[in-house]
Design a protein around this ligand. Structure first.
Ligand code: MN
Length: 201
């Protein structure tokens, strides 16, 4: 019988409250793609539903943010909570594949995401979106979401939008590519090893 806690239980709950937002989140890495997302920002809900589906996570996320100001705090704090949940769910990061990379098209748009669950936060995000807003989210806050997720999730994340003309397609392709890369990176490799020459991630 396997006693590997990373394989046995890979889920986490996060509750995060500040003067700007209140976020509650439950994440299961080995899920079925079930998403129950209510951030108050429709386009962000759309991106997180897609991320959950294609990473095959289960994710419940509720946020009550100060949208009377704008979408910035909500996007940032949802990302920080999601990264924190990923970090907790991975535990010691024992027995994971660690690296993942994927391309995802959405019609004419093509995105590439490369993930290293290194334990070190780093993000290079080049979405090149030209619209100011997509629905009720500022495009700059989509890049900020991805960078904040990498910070609290302690991963290296490179996302590049390689081509495309429709910004909705471009953004969605980026989140889908991230989903596919994450799905690879968190996958159990069948070992009990921490995949690092340092022995620690
Ligand atoms: Mn869409």
């Amino acid at each position: 019988m396997s006693a590997d806690p990373v394989v046995a239980v890979r889920s986490a709950e996060v509750s995060r409250r500040t003067s700007e937002t209140a976020v509650t989140l439950a994440l299961t890495l080995d899920g079925e793609g079930r998403a129950e997302i209510a951030t108050g920002v429709g386009f962000l809900d759309h991106m997180l539903t897609s991320l959950t589906k294609h990473a095959r996570f289960d994710l419940t996320l509720k946020c009550e943010g100060d949208l009377e100001i704008d979408d910035h705090h909500t996007a940032e704090d949802c990302a920080l909570a999601l990264g924190q949940a990923l970090d907790r769910a991975l535990g010691e990061r024992r027995g994971i594949t660690r690296f993942g990379w994927a391309y995802a098209p959405l019609d004419e748009a093509l995105a590439r995401a490369v993930v290293d669950l290194s334990g070190r936060p780093c993000a290079v995000i080049e979405l090149g979106l030209v619209r100011e807003m997509l629905g009720d989210v500022a495009c700059e806050n989509l890049s900020h979401f991805l960078a904040s997720f990498a910070t609290s999730g302690r991963l290296a994340l490179h996302v590049d939008l390689l081509r495309g003309t429709n910004d909705h397609h471009r953004a969605e392709a980026a989140f889908k590519a991230l989903a596919l890369a994450l799905r690879q990176a968190v996958a159990a490799d069948g070992s009990d090893r921490v995949p690092s020459t340092k022995g620690v991630l």
